[in-house]
Structures are given as C-alpha cells and as structure tokens.
Design a protein around this ligand. Structure first.
Ligand code: BGC
Length: 468
C-alpha cells in the first residue's frame, strides 16, 4: 500500500487501529476470564443435575487448567507452522466447539471432555494473543496494549460473576456455558480482518507485506516507522546468518536457558503466591473467616469488581513506570496482605473488626496483584524472548504457568482441610518473599525498548554476539 502523507488528525487513526487490533485480539482474554469466573457458580448446579461426587466436580473445575496446559504446549508447535493470527482463529474455533459441547453435555464425562477442549482453546489464546499484540504494536505502548489482555481477563471474571448471580435462581448452568460463544465468535470474526504480525511476516521473507502492515498501523511521518522495519529485518537477517540448529538446541543454548529461567520463574511466582486461591475459592476462605453464604458471595463479586478496576488503573501507568519497580512493589504488597491473612488465621479469632480485617487483606492482595503481576506476567512473557525461540519459549513458559495454576487450584482445598488456614497462607506468603528475591536479582527492565533491543541486551548480558 502506498504511503500517503498524513492528513490533519490522521495520527489518531493509526492509534485507533492499533487499539482496535489489540482490543479484538484481547477478546481471547475475555474468554479466559469468563471461564475462570463462571465455574465457581455453575459447579453447584452441575453437582445437583448430574449427582457427581466432589472429586468429579474437582475434575470439572480443573479440566480447563489441564487443557490449557496442553494448549500452551501445542501452541509452540503451531506457531512454528502457522501464523500468529491463524492460531488465534483456531483458538476461537476450538473454544466455540468446547462451549457448545459443554452446554449440551448429557453427562459429567462429556462435560469434563468439553472443559478440556475449552481449556485447549484458552491455552492457545493465552499464549499467542499476547505474543501477537506485542508484535504488532509500537514499543512505546506495548506494555499497555498487552496489558489489555489482562484487563480482558478481569472483565471476563467480573462478567462471569454477574452472569452467575443472574442465573443463580433457576440454576441455568447450560446457558452460562453457551454464552461464552458470543465473545468467541467476536474474536473469530475480528481476527479475520486483522493483519498478520509484521515480525512473523519478515521471518517468513514477506518483507513487502510487513511494510504494508506497518504502514497501516504506524504514522508514516514518524521516523521510527522505517527504523522499526529495518530493525526487524536486521534481527531476522542476523538470525539467518547464525549457524542453523534445531529448536531443541536453540532452547537449551546458554542464552535461551538464562531467559527461560526468567520467563518460567515469572509464571510460577504469579501463580504460587496465591492469586487463584482467592479467585477460585474466595467464598470458601470467607466462610472460614465466619461470613455467611450470601455475604461471602457478595464479597466475592466485590473482589471481581476491584480486580477489574485496579487493572484499569494499572493500564494508565504501565508504560510510564519501570516494570521491575512495579513487580517489586506489587509483590511486597501481596506478600504483606497474605502474611496478614495468615496471622489472622493463626490467631483464630474472627470476631468483630478482625473479620473485616481478613476481608481487607483479601481485597488488598487483589489490588496489589492487579496493578503488578496480573498484567506483568503476560507483558514480560510477550517481550523477553528473542525471535529465534519466541513462539516455543512462550509456549513452554505458559504451559508451566498453567501447570502451577492447576496444582495450586487442586491442592489448595485439600491442604486447607488438612492443615488449616494459617500454615497454607504462611507458605503462600513465603513464596512471595522468594518472588521478591527472584525479581530483584534476575528480572531485566524492558520498558520502552523494542523487541530487538531487548534481544540485543540479553546477548550482551550473556556475552553472545549481537550480530552474526
Ligand atoms: C492469571 C490468572 C488469574 C487472573 C486474575 C491472570 O493474570 O494468570 O491465573 O486468575 O490473572 O485476574
């Protein structure tokens, strides 16, 4: 497409296009969040309808995280063969199939299978959507654009809590599942009109098409536009000039290993510090702290709303404050909140004001998480890996993050029953301290750098040649 001189106000058009592209792709996050939030309500009615045991329900709940783990692994293989956009389309199709099957399931076995399929779609989407967004947006707004993915996750959780409440009276869990087809279809249709990732196009030798995409998404008057394409081409050429090696060798090279430790560590710490013990089990924790059923469900809805609103606030400063600082600040707050909750459980008295201090500690954990590690993991995962391992490495990091999610959500109710609240929450707070040390020592700063600059920085750190 010819590069036309921008008319008055056209700059806004480029930004709007970038925002729209990120928002459509971010719909994948909405699906992820909707599914995370809806199951807490639906499980009660599924239990009644199918007369399943509590371990059966455990499988219905956790099948999604397991499916997502496989989806994340599979997406590494898929991104080697298909474009980023094609994998997101596939994720939407798989998700629609899973949602329809779940809504129509005649028994619990089919429902568990359907939940696995839904998880597969979520695993694809959670890996490729942030990657795709990071590759199509300008570096100066990359953080906030990828953070839209987290905003969509929290919106999905909130919508699900509200839908749960709306359908609670008649127990219409099938409708709750079927509704997930709406955002999935929007994602599918939206992706069909979005462009391919310019970085993926250059890596496939399709430089002209990449130029065309950048023309559409960048201001041609901005000198950084030509520079960006040149940097992408340079990085790809430097890569092509390096001796060829299999993806397994690439992933086990010293450079890749150093980066993978950071990426995998971020995913594990995002999960094992306890976010989903609250998102999945808030009503259980609140009941343990002495709240009545209705109050604990209302409070859970409040948690969903706070999670969403704090993420909106985070979007405003994502690209203004260094990522490392926010991660350290957020983790310090999360750890203190978790420590406070553990201490209250150790005291064992939830009378009077202490009950509300416990509720406050859950709320403050959520707020600290939402402004930092909530979006932080997805943004860092999308930007720290160099092009030669990007698709595969994100998929490994995400699969392990889903694995940690699976284990925590499976073990939490068991350990809570066996050990009681205090030891469990103290262990989670202890993981928070480890996360602080990890972030302080190993996580690099990536804000404001292009993906190619981040790669060059890693190579400098590891003492590997920047260009061939
Ligand atoms: C995490 C999810 C979590 C959600 C809560 C995401 O970043 O990966 O596991 O449920 O945030 O907002």
């Amino acid at each position: 497409m010819p590069v036309t001189a921008p008319e008055h106000g056209q700059h806004f058009t480029y930004q709007t296009r970038v925002w729209m592209a990120a928002a459509i792709a971010g719909m994948g996050g909405l699906l992820f969040g909707y599914d995370t939030g809806m199951i807490s309500g639906a499980q009660v009615f599924i239990e009644d309808d199918f007369d399943v045991s509590s371990s059966g329900i455990g499988l219905v709940v956790s099948a999604v995280t397991l499916g997502a783990l496989f989806g994340a692994i599979g997406s590494g293989w898929l991104t080697q063969r298909l474009s980023r956009r094609a994998v997101v389309v596939l994720a939407a199709v798989v998700f629609v199939i899973g949602a329809i099957l779940a809504a129509a399931s005649p028994n619990v076995e089919v429902l568990i299978g359907a939940r696995l399929i839904i998880g597969l779609g979520i695993g694809f989407a959670s890996t490729v959507v942030p990657l795709y967004i990071a590759e199509i947006v300008p570096s100066r707004s990359r953080g906030s654009m990828v953070a839209l993915f987290q905003l969509a996750i929290t919106a999905g959780i909130l919508v699900a809590y509200l839908v749960n409440a709306a359908f609670a009276d008649d127990g219409e869990w099938r409708a709750v599942f079927a509704l997930a087809c709406v955002p999935a279809t929007l994602l599918l249709l939206g992706m069909l009109v979005l462009p391919e990732s310019p970085r993926w196009l250059v890596a496939r030798g399709r430089v002209d098409e990449a130029h065309h995409v950048l023309d559409e998404l960048r201001d041609p008057e901005d000198p950084r536009t030509g520079q960006e394409l040149a940097e992408i081409v340079d990085a790809v050429e430097a890569e092509a000039a390096r001796p060829k090696q299999s993806i397994t060798r690439s992933l086990t090279s010293p450079l890749a290993r150093t980066i993978l430790v950071v990426g995998i560590g971020l995913g594990i710490f995002q999960q094992i510090t306890g976010i989903n013990t609250i998102i999945y089990y808030a009503p259980t924790i609140l009941k343990e702290a002495g709240l009545g059923t209705e109050t604990s469900f209302l409070t859970t809805a409040g948690i969903g709303a706070l999670n969403f609103l704090a993420t909106v606030c985070a979007l405003l400063f994502v690209d203004r404050i260094d990522r490392r600082r926010i991660l350290l600040f957020g983790m310090a707050g999360m750890t203190l909140s978790m420590g406070l909750l553990a201490t209250l459980f150790a005291i064992g008295d939830f009378g009077g004001v202490l009950r509300w201090v416990a509720v406050g500690s859950l709320f403050s954990f959520i707020a600290f998480f939402a402004v930092s590690w909530g979006w932080g993991f997805w943004v860092m995962a999308a930007e720290i890996y160099p092009m030669f391992i990007r698709g595969q490495a994100i998929s490994i990091g995400n699969a392990i993050q889903w694995g940690a999610n699976f284990l925590i959500s499976l073990l939490f109710p068991i350990l809570l029953g066996a050990w009681g609240g205090a030891p469990v929450f103290f262990v989670l707070a202890g993981f928070g301290v480890l996360a602080l040390v990890f972030t302080q020592r190993l996580v690099p700063e990536t804000r404001g750098k292009t993906l190619e600059e981040i790669e060059a920085e890693w190579r400098r750190r590891a003492g590997v040649a920047v260009t061939a």
